[in-house]
Design a protein around this ligand. Structure first.
Ligand code: ZN
Length: 104
């Protein structure tokens, strides 16, 4: 199974909440806890996820889901992506539509 299939399954299982995780070395998916107060409309990656991912390899992407809307990035997504400087992968669990956001 590709990391994208794993991430999509994670997004489906996490409904109605946003799922989030880290992509390691462009090929592995590490599911992380969403520790946001409002998990329906937001995600905050559990800092422990970063520690685990760093031990597995290089973090090459940040994944989260938009359970309720298109995978089009929000303004907050664009800002986070630019400030962290890592590709953002967003999926809608119902349509399996992806959006890849590159940092500027
Ligand atoms: Zn988002």
């Amino acid at each position: 199974m590709t990391w994208k299939n794993q991430a999509l399954l994670h997004a489906i299982e996490s409904k109605p909440y946003e799922a989030c995780g880290l992509v390691v070395d462009d090929r592995s998916y590490l599911p992380c806890q969403n520790i946001a107060d409002d998990k329906i409309n937001n995600f905050v990656l559990d800092p422990n996820g970063w520690i685990i991912a760093d031990n597995l390899g290089e973090v090459t992407g940040i994944f989260h889901s938009h359970p309720d809307c298109s995978p089009q990035p929000s303004e907050g997504d664009v800002n986070s992506c630019n400030s962290i400087g890592i590709n953002f992968f967003i999926v809608n669990p119902d349509t399996a539509q992806w959006y890849l956001l590159h940092p500027k």
